[in-house]
Ligand binder design. Structure first.
Ligand SMILES: Nc1ncnc2c1ncn2[C@@H]1O[C@H](COP(=O)(O)OP(=O)(O)OP(=O)(O)O)[C@@H](O)[C@H]1O
Length: 908
């Protein structure tokens, strides 16, 4: 690898910051005849290394800091388009040219040790990151324009803050080394575009969450009245890649919301109202060129990326919209280039072959239901703590955490697959010592999925490779412990049961090449074992010789000068020198040359010292570079194994998720539900003593009251009444969560369960108005109700928490009544309807498949005791006024309310 090619790798989080060429040595120095490869190999016999050499003498001072001028004298020009480009200095002219190509992105431009921004980007950057706004002379006619910058070594941290704020960043880096370039303009170019969906760097990703980039293609159907869509989504950090097609824009919105895409791209769409129909509100949409989304371009992108002659073998060659979306995604990746090297092409982005995802393979949980059931975050403030995932996640690896999240996003509907998962959970609950052994092996297992991707993209450091080796070395132990698993284990476990020997060889290669605890910095050497490379060994031996000479030199000069206090030291700017106290400064030997005068000390060099110093610098630079080359080769080898590592990682993730569910089941008293296939006509939920998996963990002062449910055999709809705050909503939600957990393959918080597979779970809980979309509370409620009535089937679970409360009592009651009738008579889904309309209890008299349940309270004088116990029969009071009193409503208001209630009841 040439010095130049290393320097090209210096894109933001690449290695140039670390790369050996950063040192100020002349390129010719590496070709010094003394250090010819033949000479070095001759000198390569392994020797024991001194633990610390004199060349490692700590620097005394730090280099001079940044000299950014503070500017209060800025011109009024604050936007790049406001200047006449020909009047700008050459650097700024280049900056503005690049900015015109990247108008939507913050352009960070490498100048020396800083990434700088100018004009409007500087102002924005200084505001967002609380940086000082300075100025830069932009040309005689223009004056000083705004400038703000970040040190290049902290760029990852700052960029991660910008990405989190939803911004994209274009990085313009130096494309050549500064050596021999004094006075000349350095070649610079955009080496990387960081966008929320294409980041791969560790600090910018959430460990237990996939980072999806989605590409959408919408096309009008031939009748021009409706649309069809193709969706491709990929997590660049883990290599997962899926494609999908559909016809309903709502379904597309649900898909994007479900995966919580970090970024969505689509080809330029002029009709804004069309975008609103499918793009979830909180998602940043990037519109790109149309060409990459054409069938021809997309096919060629896929062929190029996977190095294929035809895409027919991919398994979705007849899905044109999916192909076009995948092509758009690949083209965008090429543009943003998350790869840390010019030697690699976009084919090196380690993306797996796209999997066609079929929507009827999973339980459908729409966005509204995910929110209402608080599956991934709480409804009120969107926090993770308090969500179902928070309550049940006992995984020990980031891969396992992501896997469990995906399972919750898409629970299964296939009995065999559910049972295959559940059997392993049951086995691991029973075999608790095996479970502990497995979990011990999983604990501290590195994120092989992402690390191998980073290796493939040229971003992994030495510690990452050691972590990969460590993880791979555990595979045989995991395999040995998995031999007793039930025979019908899911196929994805196979790579873990039969370990790929190549991966073990790879672990060996990493171990043999890298030292156990390598430094973070890739430039300072100390990464590679002795005995791996004769050239490196030769360089190290020569360096040792120089060190020995340095060590002897201090002693020798002490003797020569008769000064026992002199010290041989090192300064980053001045190099090696001899330091003597001021009083002895005039008695030094004549061959010493004065170099620097400090308050108490004089510093000298000698011609010999200077010659040796040159050699040491050359040797250090050459050996650092050699280590870097060896490391890069090793990283490439690991990257080439990314696919195989990820196969093993997938198994580890699944095993971790199942072992975590087993741990949860064992520690929280769960039971294994018997799952019934709805295809066989079974349509019931019978659970004994079920609990809410989250609420039971959050209650501190009292125990959670378990309750039973029986629905599906004779009853299709339960009207659930009871006082305010008695536990109706909680009961409703726990049934939904238990249904979902069952279909994930988990055990459930109950003592016994018989549960049919559902095709969908619907919920309507509370309502908030959507003023932005121009919808009132009542309209939102009705739209949600209409959606359920139009979509639910007799295999669905429908959970309704109040309907019709937002309008006049009789209107509301009538709607609630007719909705219940429709669900029980027409749809026959399993429905629980919690309501304060006690009148609905009468429905049970007319419809044999409707029954009543109530949540009990005990009243003691004025005191209400919440029993949270669900029993048969309907309640006839809501105790709303008591609930208001308990909530702190003033006594005067409560007294009046009681009087009004009495009057109303008498009138009735
Ligand atoms: N089975 C239970 N065991 C223990 N505590 C419970 C139980 N069910 C509910 N709770 C507690 O009671 C509180 C109120 O429950 P919930 O919100 O379900 O009442 P509700 O009947 O829906 O009230 P409202 O009709 O006013 O909406 C919950 O926050 C929870 O802390």
């Amino acid at each position: 690898m040439t010095a130049e090619s290393i320097s090209l790798q210096g894109s933001l989080f690449g290695d140039l910051a670390e790369s050996p060429t950063n040192r100020k040595i002349s390129p010719d120095s590496t070709k010094d005849d003394d250090f010819s490869d033949a000479e070095l190999i001759k000198n390569a016999q392994a020797r024991p290394r001194p633990s610390k050499s004199s060349t490692d003498i700590e620097p005394l001072d730090h280099p001079i800091g940044d000299e950014n001028p503070q500017g209060s004298d800025l011109t009024n020009v604050s936007h790049h388009s406001d200047v006449e480009i020909t009047q700008l200095t050459p650097v700024l002219r280049h900056y503005v040219e690049l900015k015109k190509e990247n108008p939507e992105r913050i352009l960070l431009y490498r100048l020396g040790d800083f990434f700088e921004c100018f004009f409007e980007d500087a102002i924005l950057l200084s505001q967002l990151l609380e940086l000082t706004l300075t100025g830069k002379a932009a040309g005689k006619e223009i004056g000083r324009i705004p400038m703000a910058g970040i040190p290049h070594h902290s760029a990852e941290r700052y960029c991660s803050m910008l990405i989190q704020k939803g911004l994209s960043v274009a990085l313009c880096d130096q494309l050549e080394s500064t050596q021999n370039k004094e006075g000349k303009l350095l070649k610079r170019g955009v080496t990387r575009v960081l966008t929320p969906g294409t980041v791969i760097e560790e600090g910018m990703l959430q460990a237990k969450k996939n980072n999806w980039l989605a590409a959408v293609l919408i096309e009008a159907k031939p009748d021009k009245n409706s649309y069809q869509w193709g969706l491709a989504y990929a997590d660049i950090s883990t290599g997962e890649f899926f494609v999908k097609e559909g016809i309903d824009l709502d379904a597309l919105e649900q898909e994007i919301a479900k995966i919580e895409a970090s970024e969505v791209i689509c080809q330029q769409i002029d009709d804004r109202s069309l975008v609103k129909k499918w793009c979830p509100k909180n998602i940043e949409l990037t519109q790109t060129a149309k060409t990459p989304f054409t069938l021809h371009e997309a096919k060629s992108s896929l062929k190029n990326h996977y190095k294929l002659n035809t895409i027919n073998g991919l398994g979705f060659h007849e899905w044109e919209l999916a192909i076009r979306a995948a092509g758009g995604l690949l083209a965008y990746l090429h543009e943003t280039n998350p790869i840390n090297s010019v030697e690699r092409t976009r084919s090196d982005i380690p993306l797996e072959v796209p999997q066609l995802s079929v929507s009827n393979e999973a339980l459908i949980v729409d966005a509204q239901t995910r929110r209402n059931l608080e599956i991934l975050s709480t409804q009120k403030d969107g926090r993770f703590q308090g969500s179902l995932l928070w309550a049940i996640d006992r995984t020990l690896t980031a891969m396992g955490g992501r896997c469990l999240r995906r399972w919750l996003e898409s629970p299964l509907i296939d009995l065999k697959r559910i049972n295959a998962r559940q059997e392993i959970v049951s086995f691991l609950v029973k075999e608790s010592s095996l479970r502990q052994v497995l979990r011990k092996l999983l604990r501290s297992m590195a994120d092989l999925e992402r690390l191998s991707g980073r290796a493939g993209a040229g971003h992994a450091g030495a510690r990452d490779l050691v972590a990969i080796a460590d993880g791979l070395e555990r595979l045989p132990l995991l395999a040995a412990n998995l031999q007793s698993l039930p025979k019908k284990s899911p196929s994805w476990l196979i790579p873990l049961q039969n370990v790929d020997k190549d991966l073990l060889k790879l672990a060996n290669t990493i171990r043999n090449t890298l030292i156990n605890n390598p430094p973070l910095n890739l430039s300072e050497g100390g990464l590679i074992h002795d005995g791996i490379d004769p050239i490196l060994d030769g360089l190290r031996n020569m360096l040792d010789d120089q060190n020995e000479w340095l060590n002897s030199q201090e002693e020798q000069e002490r003797k020569a000068s008769g000064n026992n206090n002199l010290r041989l030291q090192y300064h980053r700017t001045f190099g090696y020198f001899l330091a003597v106290s001021k009083s002895k400064a005039n008695d030094v030997p004549s061959h010493w040359i004065r170099r620097q005068t400090l308050a108490n000390e004089e510093r000298f060099i000698t011609p010999d010292l200077k010659t040796r110093e040159g050699k040491i610098f050359q040797l250090k630079a050459r050996s650092g570079q050699r280590e870097y080359e060896l490391f890069s080769d090793l990283r490439q080898i690991v990257g080439d194994h990314a696919h195989a590592i990820r196969k093993a990682a997938k198994s580890i993730a699944g095993l971790d998720a199942l072992a975590g569910l087993a741990e949860l089941a064992a520690s929280n008293n769960y039971c294994a539900p018997k799952i019934l296939d709805s295809k066989s006509g079974a349509n019931k939920i019978c659970i004994e003593a079920c609990r809410h998996p989250v609420v039971e963990q959050m209650l501190v002062e009292r125990e959670f009251q378990p309750n039973n449910i029986e629905i599906g055999d004779k009853t299709d709809l339960i009207i659930l009444t009871g006082p305010n705050a008695s536990g109706k909503s909680c009961y409703l939600r726990q049934i939904g969560l238990i249904q979902l957990l069952s279909q994930v393959g988990s055990w459930i918080p109950a003592t016994k369960g018989l549960i049919s597979i559902s095709d969908r779970i619907f919920t309507r809980v509370g309502a908030v108005d959507d003023l932005a979309a121009g919808q009132s509370t009542f309209m939102v409620e009705m739209a949600e109700t209409a959606y359920i009535l139009n979509q639910a089937t007799n295999n669905s679970l429908v959970l309704l928490d109040e309907i019709g409360r937002g309008t006049a009592t009789f209107d509301g009651l009538s709607i609630a009544w007719s909705v219940s009738e429709f669900l029980a008579k027409e749809i026959k889904s399993r429905t629980i309807f919690a309501t304060h309309y006690h009148e609905l209890n009468s429905l049970a008299k007319t419809f044999t498949n409707i029954s009543n349940s109530q949540v009990l309270v005990k009243q003691n004088g004025n005191d209400l005791h919440f029993l949270h116990k669900v029993v048969d029969g309907g309640a006839n009071r809501s105790y709303g006024i008591e609930a208001a009193r308990l909530a702190g409503v003033p006594k005067k208001v409560i007294d009046t309310a009681n009087k009004v209630l009495e009057r109303l009841e008498n009138n009735n």
